[in-house]
Design a protein around this ligand. Structure first.
Ligand code: SAM
Length: 371
């Protein structure tokens, strides 16, 4: 069980994400003899053990089903217990890409909050990388620490600290730890008070990126001022406005089709009534009890082709299933925006510190020239 390594088959003790519906994802620890109760039925953990990740299993009574998914930071973000506002995947994926975070990157994150982004960082940086995450709220720090340990995220070090007043340095054996961060993510109410503390913990020999996540433009203004004052350059603010577009074919439906559909329903209903009458009459003649269902001899049972003919016209309801784009029918291409995508709109302020570029503060430069 791991967020950072993959395997195929579910074993006892594994952490499994049960996809119940798009809105309900339940992370569970699989334990022999236990069951998962949902509104779609009861699912036995015993059925999960030995199943492949990605498999669909049926409820005990067989009428409901769920999918068993491998842990991933994206699923955790959708199902974690919220201790704070969190960073959702549309933002975290964009930030990760813009800061150039990859295997081996050393990242600073403050605050940890619900550790939604921490899980994503941990997966991206791999075993070669390191995430230093800071949280000043003690109960949140304790819960996050326990969660990170339980999820096997050994490349994450969480520190209980107010980074605005106490900075980012970590003492180890009487000396300061070598943090050398290549990327910094600040999700704090006042990132401008933490920015002055970064210079001693960022890498001195590679380009370093910082991203500050703030919901108000006033916070952005103060952050930009602090970044400029402390030698950060290429400052840019963006807002991620994620929308999911669905593009598909839609069958063109005409009034004539709808009328024909109603006629088809009536035809099939009449045929069913007639068949039932014939069954009763035949069974009365044969002296057997009338029974429910189609009791025609096997030789009279319609063959698939016959069935197709019988229910041939029914593109909008029961009967023949029409494949998208079937040339027998007329189609138009449609696209729709899904409005329910989970994202938390904040302004993202990016800036970079490059050891090869000397950034000049224009105010200081003018003062220097005058002097
Ligand atoms: N990014 C996190 C996630 O994806 O789950 C959510 C972070 S949450 C919005 C902000 C967190 O920063 C809170 O838990 C808060 O306690 C913490 N925090 C605020 N000021 C802080 C400071 N000066 N030092 C450390 N943590 C701080």
């Amino acid at each position: 069980m791991s967020f950072t390594a993959y395997k195929d088959t579910i074993e006892e003790g594994d952490f499994v994400f049960c996809w119940i519906s798009r809105e309900i994802i339940k992370p569970i620890h699989v334990k022999a003899g236990e069951v998962l109760g949902t509104r779609f039925g009861i699912f036995s953990h015993d059925d999960m053990i030995g199943s492949l990740y990605g498999a669909q299993i049926s409820s005990a009574k067989g009428y409901g089903f769920i999918h068993l998914l491998h842990p991933s930071p994206e699923l955790w973000t959708l199902s974690l217990p919220h201790r704070t506002q969190i960073v959702y995947t549309p933002d975290s994926s964009y930030i990760t890409q813009r800061l150039g975070i990859t295997v081996g990157t050393r990242v600073i994150e403050a605050g940890t909050g619900s550790a939604s982004f921490s899980h994503s960082f941990a997966r991206t940086i791999g075993r070669e990388g390191k995430l230093f995450t800071y949280e000043f709220h003690e109960p949140r720090y304790v819960e996050a620490k326990q969660e990170l340990e339980e999820h096997g995220l050994t490349n994450v070090e969480i520190t209980h600290r107010d980074v605005c007043n106490g900075g980012f340095e970590i003492e180890e054996n009487g000396a300061s730890k070598d943090i050398r961060a290549n990327a910094v993510f600040l999700d704090l109410p006042s990132p401008w008070t933490a920015i002055p503390n970064l210079s001693s913990v960022i890498s001195k020999d590679s380009r370093v990126g910082v991203c500050c996540f703030s919901p108000c433009i006033e916070q952005v203004t103060k952050t930009v001022e602090a970044l400029m004052a402390h030698g950060w350059s290429s400052i840019e603010m963006v807002e991620v406005s994620a929308k999911r577009w669905e593009a598909r074919k839609q069958m063109v439906r005409r009034v004539d089709d709808a009328v024909e559909r109603l006629r088809d329903v009536k035809r099939r209903k009449d045929a069913g009534i007639q068949r039932r009458k014939d069954d009763i009459a035949r069974e009365a003649l044969e002296g057997t009890e009338p029974s429910i269902g189609d009791k025609r001899p096997a030789s009279e049972t319609p063959q698939p082709e016959e069935k197709t003919k019988e229910t041939g016209f029914n593109p909008f309801g029961k009967g023949v299933r029409v494949r998208d784009g079937d040339p027998q029918w007329e189609w138009i291409n449609v696209s729709k925006v899904e409005s329910d995508i989970k994202s938390h709109t904040s302004y993202l302020t990016f800036a970079y510190m490059d050891p090869n570029i000397r950034v000049v503060n224009p105010v200081e430069e003018v003062a220097e020239i005058i002097a």
